[in-house]
Design a protein around this ligand. Sequence first.
Ligand code: MG
Length: 160
Amino acid sequence: MDIRIGNGYDVHALAEGLPLWLGGVQIESELGCIAHSDGDVAIHALCDALLGALALGDIGKHFPDTSDEFKGIDSKILLHRTMELVEKHGWRLGNADITIAMQRPKLASYIIRMRETLAEVMGVPVSAVSVKATTTEKLGFVGRSEGCEVFATVLLFSRE
Ligand code: MG
């Protein structure tokens, strides 16, 4: 059985008065992501990890932010389409591990819903999806609440 590893990284700038979506879940927050899509930076990093594992390019190649088709799009649709690509190429997800770096709000109470939501979209058990949140101790652009940064790692197994 073959295995593949992939990593993804994404950043979005934050601004007041925008909705905040992370891991497919709407978060109560004064700040939301500036984006062409719904700005779900966690899903974007996850999609890039899945695409990266298969050397299929990145999310911008598959879902360009210049296209009206993807304006304001629910990123869960992008994740679902990315998983269809993974399956079409003969692979399945072993597990995913996501780290969200954000100074505020606190995300702890949303973690389980993010895991459940992402697992459902990807068609895997909740135990295969890890979501972790950290602040950066007020350091850097994350610490100043100028942006939200996400790292994602996935392991894929060949279906044969
Ligand atoms: Mg993005």
